[in-house]
Design a protein around this ligand. Sequence first.
Ligand SMILES: C[S@@+](CC[C@H](N)C(=O)[O-])C[C@H]1O[C@@H](n2cnc3c(N)ncnc32)[C@H](O)[C@@H]1O
Length: 391
Amino acid sequence: MNIKERKNILVTCGPGLKDYLLAELEGLGFEIVSSHAGGVVTRGSFIDCMKLNFCLRTAYNVLYLLKEFRCGSSEALYRQVNILPWENIIAPEEYLCVLSRVDTWSINNSMYPSLKVKDAIVDRINKKTGSRPDSGPDRTKAVVNLFWKEHRAWIYLNTSGIKLSDRNYRKMPHIAPLRESLAAGIIMATGYDGSQDIVLPMCGSGTLAIESAFIGMNKPAGILRSNFGFKHFKVFDKQIWEEIRNDARKSIDAGALRKRIIATDIDKQAIEAAKQNARTAGVEHLIEFNVCDFADTEVPEGAGIVVINPEYGERLGELEPLEKEYKRIGDFFKKKCAGYTGYLLTGNLQLAKKVGLKACRRMIFYNGKIECRLLKYELYKGTRQTPDNPG
Ligand SMILES: C[S@@+](CC[C@H](N)C(=O)[O-])C[C@H]1O[C@@H](n2cnc3c(N)ncnc32)[C@H](O)[C@@H]1O
């Protein structure tokens, strides 16, 4: 396999994050071939995949296309996969995991096609080398993905392995933390770039604050990860990987964070966890943490961004006390945040109405399976109080 050969790369993402992933890929200079709700297709080499794994904030997996073929049966699947030169791609002492997504008339579960692909790969390696990799569900080693839709199938090398949203800094998750890729997408949606003050009351385990620091200083999202799927393929080149990392590190600029990142929570334990996570991420010194009621959060003079992610009664808390909290959030926005752009992430639009302000934009995100809105409020000085009716 030629490490420089340009092929289609499918970059997957969580629901609601596609537009931010598109922006990231374009920002990194990658062409866009196509996109759909679950991801974006671009073009590039295996080397490009390494770079994408290191840099992308909103992606889940970077999948390098090995082969696309017509496939009408599991026998054909075995044959088409078995003719690929796996002995040049996966060492016999590696461990292999096959992941499948299947949507074809003849087969209705993905276990059997996964097994067929695994057999086709290990049989080939065994025939050529005399030994074969172990296999199973562990995604921390060599991972191969199969997509099979009607009569077409695609075989990808999964160059990420464990999802890229797992950045490796959240050793202390607090209650209901946001996934890191979702937090990054939310901060991107606010337009934050390090040149504004950003205030994050109800910060919980600090994910929004840490992702803000990363974005503001252009710190690659994958900097804390030592394991990536691409390291488990034979073509992995340590020296090229070092160069990619050094290049990306050169663009880190803590000086670009010209304003303040303020993160608060009423729960002392949450702030302890957030500080510990920020320390692990190497950004603790850039974030001002405080234990306080959200309404007592310091809001620097002038313009800035305030993002708040309160509980919304699905998993935590009850609705009635939350109604009062949402009303208080509205008061906080009006009284303390005039001149700012306010954002509220919630999975409950009835509660959002209690804020009592008119949202000028509503963006859809998914927190796990829960459909949420990121509501945007322009908090003009002397804000007008218009009843909200979020749709
Ligand atoms: C949904 S969680 C936020 C999760 C966070 N975005 C993360 O990624 O970890 C809501 C947070 O609000 C905090 N909280 C609840 N009531 C509060 C209040 N009155 N003032 C400040 N924080 C409060 C809770 O302690 C909790 O950490």
